[in-house]
Design a protein around this ligand. Structure first.
Ligand code: GLA
Length: 694
């Protein structure tokens, strides 16, 4: 840097001033403005690299328009190399250097990977599997989530991190741990579970009754007799104890997480969020439980088969958005390919960018790539990255760079916008567990059921919320509960109030079979909703062959599962009847509906093929008066809206496999390229972001 026409001393002074300003100004500006509204980011592991390399990495990130890094989540050993010896200096240098490059930081608490000294000294913190084998060092998530000692140590490291970084201007938030998953079956945890049961059921008598304890002598005369179900109940166990174990697991994840939140929150600026990264429809705990204590939801979005299915992936986004019913983050996604599937094909050129916009379309405010650069050793050497082992960009880098530039351009328009939906699909972990344990047909997959409704309804309504049945429902024109197997009294009350208030409820097959203890409802299906429906399920059948069905809805084809329905109320209407099939189902009602004040309740007794689901979705849309925000969108192009106070951002992503034209009802601003458009031409994986008044 040279300042012509100045004496040497003054030159030096000026130079110093400029350097100081360069250091201080971005800090002030970044702290004051906060992060951009739409962020592209990456997982960065500075602890794995010489410090001399950081500058180059951050420069390459900056050139890719990356504005956040998530760091620290596996670096406990580097932060505390020996018990009580803390070293956060390196992390602070990394965070501050990122900040100098306009990159904000999400700090991960490192509790998914305890150091070797820790588990050696406190072996009781290691999880124990069903066979009684204690886990060992060398992988991750080897800790016991219920261990009081582990919590003490986790609280200490999280609290110390928060004390050090709670006011750092570049730190915008915290990720607790990483992808909660494993439980432990050790005797100490068994005792905690037994205490939980005692608290939950009060008396053994009550618990035994509710679990039908006289079945197979499953009657307990002392709390200490109660086992932990094997494999989290996948293989065996009374449905009551299985459900209790998963509820206990979920509560224990909540308290595991709360332990760290309580250490971090008091030490931090209120502007910092606390989140954790979940895994889509991961089933081992009830995500609605720990999510209550977080500021924001975030998930890790991977396509192990190299394909983006916009319905399946969109549903996972909408599930995550539904945790807190607000915008969320995609904390991790793959640059190209993963390493953990049988075959790990890459996403096609352009598909990563399309997926990033698909994320935003569903309410993501940030997309983070895992990971920046692969560690030279370790378990994930083959995973996709942005730069190679030599530290220079890999072929996907320019695509991500383009996405980053677009995020920068579109951020202002997307700021303070959110998704609004006319339709809610109800989702319950408890129902999924109940079916997983006793599937009756191995072909019946509750998530596939959910997506079979989601896919055609999403095309019509262009947005769907996925939420549990306990939430407020009155804002929805249509509420669909596919395979809502377990309905508690509280949920039933909410659903009945929704229908009585004019809502349109559609129950899918297997709904309302179980009660709060995973016991059979004595009314048969749909349990507490039988009186409102005025009909019920007489019998259920696993299908080995497709079954034809006919009626007011036209011709449809049932598969996998079918229930013979009956109507008792005179105002019940049969919409579809089974044709000839297994003898038991022949000519029985397959779909029935009943008007209730201004609303309706409908029971769909079978799984149907894709064409039939489209027919059914069209009927549901007509019956509930759904509208299509942007009509005439060609099949395969996903249209979504994010709403601001007085404008709407429409996002189009072409997943159809070929070029498409989308006619617009009014000219709209082309956010990514400038100008106005009346027709959008999209190449395969093409994206358009359009702004227009509300
Ligand atoms: C998960 C983890 C990451 C990484 C990726 C690889 O999402 O959170 O640490 O292992 O998988 O796909």
């Amino acid at each position: 840097m040279k300042f012509p026409h100045q004496p040497r001393a003054r030159q030096f002074l000026l130079y110093l001033l400029v350097c100081l300003a360069a250091l201080v100004l971005p800090t002030a500006v970044m702290a004051e403005n906060g992060p951009p509204p739409l962020l592209l980011g990456t997982a960065w592991y500075p602890e794995q690299w010489p410090e001399s390399r950081w500058e180059q990495d951050l420069t390459l990130m900056q050139q890719a328009h990356i504005h956040f890094v998530r760091v620290g989540e596996f670096a406990w050993n580097k932060m505390e190399p020996a018990e009580g010896q803390y070293d956060f200096d390196w992390l602070e240098r990394a965070v501050n250097l990122a900040g100098k490059h306009g990159i904000y930081v999400v700090l991960g608490t490192p509790t998914a990977t305890p150091p070797a000294w820790l588990t050696q000294k406190y072996p009781e913190t290691l999880r124990v599997d069903d066979t009684g084998r204690r886990d060992e060092h060398g992988n991750r998530a080897q800790y016991n989530w219920a261990s009081p000692k582990y919590r003490e140590l986790a609280r200490e490291i999280a609290g110390r991190m928060a004390k050090r970084f709670g006011h750092n201007p570049y730190v915008i938030g915290w990720q607790i741990d990483n992808e909660y998953s494993q439980t432990s079956s050790d005797p100490a945890t068994q005792k905690i579970f037994q205490d939980w049961l005692k608290q939950h059921y009060g008396t053994l008598d009550n618990m035994n009754q509710r679990w039908s304890g006289q079945y197979w002598s499953e009657w307990y005369s002392d709390w200490s007799q109660i086992p932990i179900p094997l494999h989290g109940g996948i293989d065996s166990g009374n449905p009551g104890i299985l459900l209790s174990w998963r509820r206990f697991t979920s509560d224990t994840w909540r308290s595991y997480q709360k332990n760290q939140i309580d250490a971090i929150r008091p030490e931090c600026d209120p502007r910092m969020f606390i989140t954790t990264n979940t895994m889509g429809f991961f089933i081992w705990y009830d995500h609605y439980v720990p999510q209550q204590d977080l500021d924001m939801s975030a998930w890790d979005d991977y396509f192990s088969n190299g394909k983006v299915d916009p319905a399946a992936n969109g549903a996972a986004h909408d599930l995550t958005r539904g945790f807190k019913q607000k915008n969320f983050w995609v904390m991790e996604t793959q640059p190209g390919f993963v390493n953990w599937s049988d075959v790990n094909p890459p996403l096609a050129p352009g598909a990563d960018r399309a997926a990033a916009w698909h994320d935003v379309a569903h309410g993501a405010d940030a997309v983070g790539y895992w990971q920046w650069r692969s560690a030279l050793n370790g378990q994930e050497q083959y995973h996709g990255t942005l730069v190679g082992p030599d530290g220079t960009p890999v072929p996907i880098y320019p695509e991500i760079q383009r996405t980053g530039a677009e995020f920068e351009r579109a951020g202002a328009v997307l700021k303070d916008t959110h998704v609004e939906s006319q339709v809610a699909i109800l989702h319950s972990y408890e129902s999924r567990w109940a079916i997983e344990w006793q599937p009756q047909s191995s072909k019946f997959d509750p998530i596939e059921q959910l997506i079979s409704y989601y896919r055609p309804l999403r095309e019509i309504a262009q947005s769907i919320d996925i939420i549990p049945a306990t939430r407020s429902l009155s804002q929805y024109k249509l509420v669909v509960a596919p395979a809502y197997n377990l309905i508690t009294a509280e949920e039933a009350q909410n659903l009945i109030a929704y229908v009585n208030g004019g809502g349109n409820l559609v129950l899918g097959p297997r709904s309302g079979m179980k009660d709060i203890d995973n016991a059979l409802q004595v009314e048969r299906q749909p349990g507490p909703l039988v009186p409102l429906l005025g009909g019920r399920v007489e019998q259920y059948y696993s299908l080995t062959q497709p079954v034809p069905a006919e009626g007011k809805l036209g011709s449809m084809t049932a598969e996998i599962w079918a229930e013979a329905l009956s109507t008792k109320a005179p105002d019940d209407e049969v919409l579809l009847t089974y044709g000839k099939s297994n003898g038991w189902l022949d000519h029985a009602p397959a779909i029935i509906t009943r008007k209730v004040s201004k609303g309706s309740i409908t029971y769909v007794g079978a799984c149907f093929d894709a064409a039939s689901m489209k027919t059914l979705a069209d009927w549901m849309a007509r019956n509930a008066g759904l509208t299509t925000p942007l009509p005439n969108v060609p099949a395969g192009v996903e249209a979504s809206q994010r709403y601001g106070a007085n404008h709407v951002v429409t996002i189009l992503v072409n997943f159809s496999g070929s070029e498409k034209d989308v006619p617009l009802p009014i000219p709209m601003d082309n956010v990514l390229e400038g100008g106005k458009m009346s027709t959008v031409h999209l190449v395969n994986y093409g994206v358009a972001v359009l702004d227009h008044p509300r």
